[in-house]
Design a binder for this molecule. Structure first.
Ligand code: GLN
Length: 484
């Protein structure tokens, strides 16, 4: 997709401005029904596109991403652009600087169409926790697009953007990608700078691409990855052109599978995963059964560590430093002759009215788990189990190159189906969360469309790789995609 559009631009078959206008028009017509975007950055997009067209006209060569319009999840800062994290508390907040990934994308000449919807502060699996409404699944408007990067996944799936960025703390790139039938890659923790990503759970968060093809994901990763001094956890890994590592087949690869994963799936989903495994066998990969006994605890470990980090990260939203301030007249302004509320009341009201219920639930859980007397029982123990899970994977990766799992237990669920039951919602991430707990790269690739609840819906599978081995993850995924 990216390569084809690049060719069209270079050969003068279209211009970046025309392409951008086409996408903006499509958004205007179709996004009323889907709700993928929170903000459209039309002026910025056209200005970026014009600059690239001038470059092409003057005979200069352009990079592969130059002039091609994409979308950015609304928890990533673009200087001067409204950045809400889908929360009321940041309703009219304009980012004062560019995230490192945005800086890199600007340098690569990409065009930003707008900011996409998400669950508030990226907490959720359906975008139903957004303060600005749910993003509907383009394959069935009665279903969710997944979350938290549901807006980005739906935008790419409905062709309202060529590519998009998401963030993934427990599955937020891969789960919506799977629900919407597109590709989603969570890179190794530390591969992509988190500077300018609104922090949710800092030891788990990672930015990554959502695209139509694996090759496109590789291209975007090449642009956004790399060491960044602004992010203390950014890794000193060498920068690569990942798209160069896609070819070469998979017959040298050992792929691990876990029997319980397959057995846990029902009907069509199970058939689909078995077909994918057969496909890899046919392509020459060695399929090896492995065991990951501690991964069973990944979900409970996540729901201790994640809320703890949330409670600490979200302490900064107090109505004073950022965004909405609920003082006397509740609209963020103190009238001339009015005395402002007491400081504590302003904090409390701003947080009470500014945050939605899921965010408050996590803050409360995290504050409780971190409090004196409970820290050892919850947080410390969760960190110990985290190490055990990591050891499981180290052992497995001494035998295999990749691990193949479902991305989700089921395809996209209906809007409203899980909102009353947070635990049921949390289970949507059962297969994706482990990659964040231990920091390895993982990709969701669409397999075939399956019949579920009498509806044809996309379903995906996931490949996990060794730490900093995105090359093999992408190669494994690409070879499936082109032989599907
Ligand atoms: N659904 C998970 C949660 O609610 C993961 C979210 C994410 O990856 N940002 O926390």
């Amino acid at each position: 997709m990216l390569k084809e559009l690049h060719k069209k631009l270079v050969e003068g078959e279209t211009t970046s401005e025309k392409l951008t206008e086409e996408y903006l028009l499509k958004i205007e017509n179709a996004d009323k029904n889907i709700g993928a975007y929170l903000t459209i950055t039309k002026e910025l997009a056209i200005a970026q596109a014009k600059k690239i067209d001038e470059k092409i006209k003057s005979g200069k060569t352009i990079g592969i991403l130059e002039g091609i319009p994409g979308a950015i999840k609304d928890n990533i800062c673009i200087e001067g652009v409204r950045t809400t994290a889908a929360s009321k508390i940041l309703d009219n907040y304009n980012a004062p600087y560019d995230a490192t990934v945005i800086k890199k994308l600007k340098e690569a000449g990409s065009v930003f169409l707008g900011k996409t919807n998400l669950d508030e502060f990226a907490m959720g699996s359906s975008t139903e926790n957004s303060a600005y409404g749910v993003t509907k699944n383009p394959h069935d408007l009665g279903r969710v697009s997944g979350g938290s990067s549901g807006g980005s996944a739906a935008a790419v799936a409905a062709d309202l953007a060529v590519w998009a960025l998401g963030s993934d703390t427990g599955g937020s790139i891969r789960q919506p990608a799977s629900f919407c039938g597109v590709v989603g890659l969570k890179p190794t923790y530390g591969r992509v700078s988190r500077y300018g990503l609104l922090a949710m759970a800092s030891s788990l968060d990672q930015i990554g691409p959502i695209t139509k093809t694996v090759e496109d994901a590789a291209i975007i990763l090449s642009v956004i990855s790399g060491m960044d001094k602004q992010d203390a956890t950014s890794a000193h890994s060498s920068e690569k052109a990942y798209e160069k590592y896609l070819t070469g087949g998979v017959d040298d690869l050992k792929i691990g599978i876990v029997k319980e994963h397959i057995e846990s799936l029902n009907g069509e989903m199970r058939k689909s995963l078995e077909k994918t495994i057969e496909k890899y066998k046919k392509l020459g990969a060695d399929i090896i059964e492995i065991e990951l006994p501690y991964s069973h605890y990944a979900l409970p470990v996540y729901y201790i560590i994640q809320p703890c980090e949330v409670s600490s990260n979200l302490a900064r939203f107090d109505g004073i430093k950022y965004g909405l301030c609920f003082n006397d007249n509740k609209d963020g302004e103190i009238k001339d002759n009015e005395l402002p509320k007491k400081l504590l009341e302003t904090y409390l009201d701003s947080r009470q009215y500014g945050f939605g219920s899921e965010v408050k639930r996590r803050i409360m859980l995290g504050t409780y788990a971190l409090s004196a007397g409970y820290y050892d029982a919850y947080y410390k123990r969760a960190q110990k189990v985290r190490t055990l899970i990591r050891k499981d994977f180290e052992k497995a990766f001494s035998r295999v190159d990749l691990i193949l799992t479902p991305t989700t237990p089921e395809p996209a669920f209906k809007i409203g189906d899980k909102t009353a039951d947070p635990l049921n919602m949390y289970l949507a991430d059962i297969f994706t969360i482990t990659a964040n707990i231990i920091g390895v790269p993982a990709i969701s690739v669409p397999s075939e469309v399956i019949e579920f609840e009498k509806t044809k819906l996309p379903f995906g599978f996931q490949l996990l790789g060794k730490w900093f081995d995105e090359e093999t993850v992408l190669r494994g995924a690409h070879n499936y995609e082109i032989n599907k």
